[in-house]
Design a binder for this molecule. Sequence first.
Ligand code: FE2
Ligand code: FE2
Length: 457
Amino acid sequence: MKTSESLNREGGLTRRGFIAAGGALAASAVHGDESVPQGSTASAPREQDPFLGTQGVPLEVGSPCLQAPGETTMGVSWAVSGLAKGVVEYADNPEMSGATTVRSGGYGLVPIDVSALQVRLTGLKPATKYWYRTITTPFTGYANIYDAKLGEPVVSEVHSFTTLGAAAKAHFCMISDTHAKYKPFQMVVRKVKELSPSVCIWNGDATNTTQRKKTAVEIFLNPPVEDRDWSADIPVCFESGNHDFRGSWISKKEEVVLPRDPSERRGDQWDLKWNFAVRLGEMALIGLDTGEDKPDAHPKWFGLANFEPYRRAQAKWLEEQFARPEIAAAKHKIVFCHIPLFADPASADYPHDGVKVDPHDYAYWSRECSELWGPMLKKAGVKLVVCGHKHKFRFDPPAPDRCWAQVVGGGPELGVSSGKPDASRFPTVVEGLVEGGKLRLVVHDVFNNCIVSDKYL
Ligand SMILES: [Fe+2]
Ligand SMILES: [Fe+2]
């Protein structure tokens, strides 16, 4: 195994997001759009197949993004601009002394890719700080395995993370509904970096409609914002929103957003890829997926929606999670899902429950999820449900028949709604922490840079 000291080092460039292995950047060429291969003439350009290698175009490497954190596992994904392999080195010290090197994938062939690399670290200690870096090596050419050539490795800066667990600091942030709008996204991730939580729950509608992997790589791994390295030191638990099921490419999103570690779920729960139930200090954080916002039979889905069985499968999964001793023992049980689980019967939201097939209607809250999961939330004594979807902050206090409060975060609108000024529309970061044994909920308005709600539950 090569040591990192023997490799080419490119440091101090994380704010650029992409680290180039020298030379000018040529993003369009490496994405296979407009490059002219050697031997071709300018009058006869042809599309370069990126899987044939970088062909002399400098490799660009994004900041690492921590994904799907667990007590003993951590995912790392990062963007690349051309065909490359990648490893993660991690150690228990910032000097990276005695570092362990982990390759992509599992057994057998190590995956390589032209736009995103993913490595899963396993066998870590709970609630423990580690330091890590990525090492990315381009294939400058890859005609076949006997005719392939590596370029110079690119080494990232050293970053750090702390694994989850009952001894970890109980502190989360929740973001949602950024919809690839990068002005509000920058405001949101700047606040997350400032608050520096143990984990950030990305609670859906990160996307709009995703037709190409390149779009997902930009949104999740290499956003065009100043703080594009926001998740290099803060692990992210992702849960889909309804928009994160839309587009001709989006069914492949695990190529960009790592699912939970396979050891967390059984074979019959294999499709519950992003559901999580983890301890974080005195908290238990539970992630559920409310799916699309209209019934499966809705004609808009072209027969592609299969969310009703998905919600039922999650009900069974949820019951099992609440039975886990470490989850049952958590003083503060908090559920995250994209579409709200509650609307006041007196509110204008209430009729829009996502059940009826109506071409003009969609779920403002999910009656189906509420009926499937609600009794279990009550039985388990869940204290808080954290949602998005409505693009407007609101807090629903607990009620005699509902032990949990519900907080709904804001969307990407910056003081405007339907083209008109609307002070109620602002992006939020929802923060949860434990102070003096109590769960404190703070909601940050990142547009007006103020706190709109601060209470103990
Ligand atoms: Fe949304
Ligand atoms: Fe939504």
